[in-house]
Design a binder for this molecule. Structure first.
Ligand SMILES: Cc1cc2nc3c(=O)[nH]c(=O)nc-3n(C[C@H](O)[C@H](O)[C@H](O)COP(=O)(O)OP(=O)(O)OC[C@H]3O[C@@H](n4cnc5c(N)ncnc54)[C@H](O)[C@@H]3O)c2cc1C
Length: 363
């Protein structure tokens, strides 16, 4: 790695302006580096995986107190980001702690409660019958994490981009598409024929990353249906928590209509592995499958406002953070189905790596 453009920092090129790229760029700037962020579309890009109304943030992993404790720390991390990005916008609040309900077979509720208590995460046993708007599997019990909730994802992206735009050590470059990343030299070749060189290159192009770096991934396509509740139920939905483990088969989830958003539903039963991002779907009516999954009671009373198909990537190794793919190149090619809420951890870890390399380069 060569010396940075500044005496105490590196020139970091970030490819991709989704949640990973933006939070990593912020982390690098705060650590004293100069950042150039390349994004093929506008920043933020409505086509990014991260660009959605909301993303769930919960802590509980039933049976795993250590993972639950780690996840609970993300609440603190997101509250800190909320203050950093919105301190000049009183009441903006990107993280709405509306609670997260997890349904499960009634016999497993005790273990879930024990896990949360061992991890120090507040938890309550909930009664499915008290939430008549939501469809539950037969015989389900449920627990509620009252401190968990919903990240207003697209607003987070806008706030992060705004923060970077105002920082002298950050350069946002929209409309710049990377076509190749040389993992050995750290040179990024762009579609317009020019190239960018960084002391370090961080590839954060979401499910598109594997086209730029040699990281085999499995691509998952998911269908989300956005519903407008009947007017008389709007108030009840605004007070309903995010919910998982729901629907007739317990594989569905919903994000409620908080802060003026639409109610969003989906199910793991509609998730399919695809060869590539542009691989056409078979003729299955995926939206119909989501709507008939028993996620919302009396779903015919709701307007379908929008349907979106969206991708995320995983690896067989299961890693979800940045992985080093060359002497000066790291990539977060597979962030998984929880990649939004864990993006601050991925950013923190790679910024800590850069600190180690800066020390070594200076020695
Ligand atoms: C249906 C669905 C539901 C999900 N629900 C949750 C949830 O509830 N909680 C949670 O934590 N996570 C969830 N996730 C996962 C999460 O959304 C993703 O892991 C995360 O948003 C990935 O962010 P990213 O920044 O890595 O990628 P993206 O958000 O995809 O950003 C990549 C960016 O790179 C740009 N780009 C791509 N190629 C290039 C190029 N060649 N040159 C320049 N720029 C490029 C793109 O335009 C884009 O802006 C969900 C994912 C899906 C699909």
């Amino acid at each position: 790695m060569t010396a940075g453009t500044r005496q105490d920092g590196l020139r970091v090129v970030v490819v991709g302006g989704g949640i990973t790229g933006l939070l990593t760029a912020i982390g690098c700037v705060l650590a004293g580096h100069h950042v150039v962020l390349l994004e093929r579309g506008p920043v933020p890009h409505p086509g990014a995986t991260s660009f959605d109304q909301h993303r769930a943030l919960r802590a509980l992993v039933a049976g795993d107190p250590a993972a639950t404790r780690r996840n609970a720390d993300l609440h603190r991390r997101w509250r800190a980001l909320d203050s950093l990005l919105c301190d000049h916008l009183p009441g903006a609040c990107l993280y709405r702690r509306v609670g997260v309900l997890t349904a499960m077979p009634a016999g497993e509720v005790g273990e879930a409660v024990a896990t949360a208590e061992a991890a120090g995460v507040p938890i309550r046993v909930a009664t499915p019958a008290s939430l008549p708007l939501i469809g539950f599997p037969a015989g389900a019990g449920a627990v509620l994490e009252p401190h968990a909730g919903t990240l207003l994802a697209d607003r987070v992206l806008h706030a992060a981009a705004r923060w970077l735009r105002h920082h002298p050590e950050a350069e946002l470059r929209p409309g710049r598409e990377a076509v190749d990343v040389d993992a050995d030299t750290g040179r990024v070749h762009l579609a317009d024929g020019i190239s960018e060189h960084g002391d370090v290159v961080l590839v954060a192009a979401g499910p598109w990353s594997s086209a730029l770096v040699d990281r085999p991934v499995t691509v998952h396509r998911q269908t989300m249906v956005y519903l407008r509740p009947p007017a008389e139920l709007a108030h009840a939905w605004a007070a309903t928590p995010t919910a998982g483990g729901i629907g007739a088969d317990g594989r569905a989830w919903l994000l409620p209509s908080v802060a003026g958003t639409l109610l969003k539903i989906s199910t793991d039963a509609a998730r399919r592995e695809v060869r590539g991002l542009s691989t056409p779907d078979d003729g299955t009516n995926w939206a119909g499958r989501v709507l008939s999954a028993g996620i919302v009671s009396e779903v015919d009373r709701y307007d379908v406002a929008r349907v979106r198909h969206c991708h995320y990537a995983t690896t067989s190794g299961g890693e979800t953070g940045f992985v080093r793919v060359g002497p000066a190149v790291w990539a977060r090619a597979a962030s998984g189905g929880d990649g939004f809420r864990t993006a601050p951890l991925a950013a923190d870890a790679v910024v800590a790596e850069l600190a180690r390399h800066t020390v070594r380069a200076a020695a």
